[in-house]
Design a protein around this ligand. Sequence first.
Ligand code: APR
Length: 265
Amino acid sequence: MAKWGEQQHTEEKIKQVAQWIIHSKRTVVFGGAGLSTESGIPDFRSPGGVWDKYNPEDFYYQNFIASEASREKYWQMATDMYEPMKKAQPNPAHLAIAELEKIGKLDCVITQNIDGLHQKAGNSEEKIIELHGTAMHVTCLHCKKRYDRDAIQERIRRGTKVPYCDDCGGPLKPATISFGQAMPERETEEAYQRSSACDLFIVIGSSLVVQPAASMPLIAKRNGAKLVIINRDPTPYDNLADILIHGQAGSIMAEILNAVKKQLS
Ligand code: APR
């Protein structure tokens, strides 16, 4: 009975979230690595995640700047992590978020992910705020020249250990934000703005432990938005959520989208 009750309870929550989306003027979706695990990209803090495999310290920006050896280690790990991202396809959660934009019910998606799957799913660039940058291209840390990621991976495949800028000789790094690296100003400001102006804030697949990203749901809530958290495991903000759904992002978001379309038809 408990199982059935739980399932029925989840169905009611899904219907309620769908109703809130329909009546919302500005719905913001906030994504974390849990949005992409069903696309084959490991998250960071679940068992078997990235930080089980690599030491986060090796990803610190200061280390990358400090030595050739750290840069070489970083590029080995970045190459490892890039392969699954490149092959990954959007899963039902990404597709549901793209569909919300199509039916005019998405203000924006603020993502901590660097895998470009919201673009692949069909969300327009201007609706996507990549708080932690993107692994899909590479930039020179000195002159900011931009390189295609695959072109740089090809150099590494051919034996380059640490790639440097053709123009200025500066170190090249994927356009992601590492621990210790300054957050992207425009994206962070935009994310704060959108979080404080929305009336519905939906967190999907994030442990909500990394700042300043994790303060966005709090800002939304403080400014009067309803807060929905969809996540497999508990988060520090669960007690703040108006609706909390523990489970798989893909199936839950697909059901929410179906409920929205049913209520709109
Ligand atoms: N469906 C729902 N939730 C899921 C799924 C899934 N299929 N898979 C994983 N999760 C949940 C996990 O329970 C976990 O709480 O997603 C969350 C992922 O948390 P993290 O691995 O900490 O990822 P994230 O919150 O995005 O991390 C934030 O930390 O290391 C930095 O820069 C990195 O952007 C990342 C940031």
